[in-house]
Design a protein around this ligand. Structure first.
Ligand code: SAH
Length: 251
């Protein structure tokens, strides 16, 4: 079986999860590969602190939206990875959180495989787990839930394909990625699907960075925009929010 943290071969691509932002939450393999590669193709959510770990000679290519510049299309990113590998470069494709959780890592893996490029996958700590943990919210607690769901907030828009009633019935805890913009719609859908309007929610913004904040409230407050979310944020819905201990801001 392939080793995760052995040096990259020439012409090899590693799809690497960078975790939520704090460099100390990188995996050992991620750290090793970032600091020993020829090119890093990174997303907007990858922190400067992590990019600073790159070898001084490594080329860093931004493939995400930053400072208002348009984002590169997924097709172009896949083509870039293939082209760099074919040039014999040792490539790290660095993504926020985990590459396979709402990260399009699957598409990139398929593109690499189709082009016969050797690759490896380095999982990262996904923000849906890291953000609540850093805010002191257990995503499962024996007193609250035996299951949880990870969802994208994009699905709350008008043409939702999700069965919200089934969702609310099956999962006592819901963790939304990409939910900041649609938060009022998400709250409305959940209340309409039968969830109590007083259900607790937490909005964890920029977890693992200097700007990290956690705001708590209720679904009805989110619906009425009394509490709002700023991107990037993880939104946790359910009674686990009431278990919160704000351990990081304790003296
Ligand atoms: N692959 C990433 C998710 C990418 S989708 C992962 O596993 O974490 C982008 C969404 O991730 C954002 O809209 C936000 O909901 C969430 N996110 C990523 N980094 C975050 C962070 N540091 N703090 C809070 N949310 C974050």
């Amino acid at each position: 079986m392939k080793k995760l943290d052995s040096p990259l071969n020439t012409g090899e691509v590693a799809l690497v999860g960078a975790g939520p932002g704090d460099a100390s939450l990188l995996t050992f393999a991620a750290h090793k590969l970032i600091s020993d590669c020829d090119v890093i193709v990174y997303d907007a959510l990858v922190s400067d602190e992590i990019l600073a770990l790159a070898d001084a000679n490594a080329e860093c290519i931004c493939a995400g939206k930053r400072g208002g510049r348009p984002s590169t299309s997924q097709e172009d990113i896949c083509a870039t990875l293939v082209a760099l590998a074919k040039q014999g470069k040792r490539v790290v494709r660095l993504k926020g959180g985990d590459p396979f959780v709402f990260g399009r890592g699957g598409e990139e893996m398929r593109a690499l495989a189709a082009a016969n490029i050797p690759f490896r996958i380095i999982p990262g700590i996904t923000s849906g787990i890291a953000a609540p943990a850093l805010a002191g919210i257990p995503v499962t607690d024996r007193t609250v839930n035996a299951s949880l769901a990870f969802l994208t907030g994009h699905e709350a828009s008008e043409n939702s394909r999700m069965d919200w009633k089934a969702l609310v019935k099956a999962f006592p805890v819901l963790v939304f990625y990409m939910g900041a913009k649609n938060l009022p719609q998400i709250a409305t859908r959940l209340i309409d699907a039968g969830l109590n309007a007083n259900t607790s929610i937490a909005i964890i913004h920029s977890a693992g960075t200097q700007d990290e904040t956690c705001d708590t409230g209720t679904l009805s407050q989110a619906k009425s925009k009394t509490i709002i979310a700023k991107s990037p944020a993880i939104v946790v819905v359910g009674d686990v929010v009431d278990c919160r201990i704000d351990w990081r801001n304790k003296a």
